[in-house]
Design a protein around this ligand. Sequence first.
Ligand SMILES: [Zn+2]
Length: 160
Amino acid sequence: MKSAKDNVELISIPMVVDVPYRFAAGKYMTRFLTELRDNGKFYGIRCPLCNRVQLPPRIVCAVCHVKNSDWIELGNEGTLVGFTIMYLPLTDPTTGKPHEPPFAYGSVRLDGSDSVIDHFLNVEPVVEHIRIGMRMKVALKEREDRVGDLGDILHFDPVT
Ligand SMILES: [Zn+2]
């Protein structure tokens, strides 16, 4: 049996809504991003119970639920733990500009950290030329061009 609402014509209006936004980085991310911008250094934070070093730093360990307060300076080299070859443009969230394919994108665990940074890899985007376990080094923008976000990282270069 049909009700009155079954006879209502639904008209939709497609649109794309652009909603730029900003949010406060917070105390820990502010310290992390300030060190990255001003000194080109990476700082993680160690959990006092499980000793995991999180990067970017988090106030509370997600495993132990205790406050982290032990800041650890990390190096700018690490190990590739995962990657993909992108064949579609990826919009850079910090610039809004597409990164033209094909390109390599990967997860690098900086030495001394238990978490990874996902970023562009400055390697030929061919699977046979990339391997898990490759040593990678961070390439940063020049100091005068850094603004205090993860876009201050240009990419990872292979260590040769
Ligand atoms: Zn913990």
